[in-house]
Design a protein around this ligand. Structure first.
Ligand SMILES: *Cc1c(COP(=O)(O)O)cnc(C)c1O
Length: 226
């Protein structure tokens, strides 16, 4: 796998899409999603210049974080949060994209070690209101925002979504645009946010068109997962 070439190709695609949608490529950050991939793959992508990596599976992630502790990687947890996982996440990750309950906010806040900076968090929104999907409804945002505001060890950075599997650009765009509007509303209310975490390998163009500033890309960098 030529990770350097994969990364270069994605950066080129991001630049092309940014230009197409009147945006600046430098405003669109890339999170390399390394779930299920070995530490050697992560270090190879790191060597190609990538610094932010996303992981879903806690045990798999902890072993990579341990093995790669000498590399200046920012680790993002993007998997399902459960109460029995919050302590290890608070201790070993820099970011969490999947915060969706006051209970988990309280736990992460209490468990974030004093010697580390506040945990950087995004609230996960269930933008298509799917019954089984993680994330809160937009209506429930005010309550969770208030809780996070009362958590000094958490720093809210923005919103994240994993939309339904829409087959075409227009329906992908419609979901992303709803999240982008909610994000802009919060900024207008005065919240200092800088992260709209949306878009993956299969829906990057619609996410960029709708205003994503953090793409979570796995397959297009690391190849297919088995
Ligand atoms: C796996 C995953 C991604 C990356 O998906 P690809 O299609 O491989 O780019 C992004 N976000 C989340 C939350 C994921 O679980």
């Amino acid at each position: 796998m030529n990770y350097q070439a994969n990364l270069a190709q994605i950066q080129t695609e991001i630049s092309t899409l940014a230009h197409q949608y009147q945006r600046q490529a430098k405003d669109i950050r890339l999170l390399a999603v390394s779930k299920t991939k070995p530490p050697e793959a992560v270090s190879a992508v790191f060597a190609a210049g990538q610094r932010d990596f996303g992981e879903n599976y806690l045990q798999d992630a902890l072993s990579k974080i341990e093995q790669l502790q000498d590399l200046a990687i920012r680790w993002h947890f993007i998997g399902a949060l459960q109460s029995n996982k919050t302590r290890a996440i608070a201790e070993h990750f820099d970011w969490v994209h999947t915060l969706a309950s006051t209970k988990h906010a309280k736990r992460l806040n209490q468990q974030r070690p004093e010697h580390l900076p506040p945990l950087q968090v995004c609230i996960q929104i269930n933008i298509d209101a799917e019954p089984q999907k993680a994330g809160i409804m937009l209506n429930d945002l005010p309550q969770l925002l208030a809780e996070i505001d009362a958590c000094p060890r958490l720093q809210l950075r923005g919103l994240m979504t994993l939309p339904a599997q829409h087959p075409d650009f227009d329906s992908q765009f419609a979901s992303f645009e709803r999240l982008a509007n909610a994000y802009q509303d919060l900024k207008q209310q005065g919240l200092a946010l800088d992260t709209l975490s949306m878009g993956m390998s299969g829906d990057m163009p619609a996410a960029i068109a709708a205003g994503s500033n953090l793409l979570r890309i796995g397959t297009a960098i690391f190849g297919a997962r088995f």
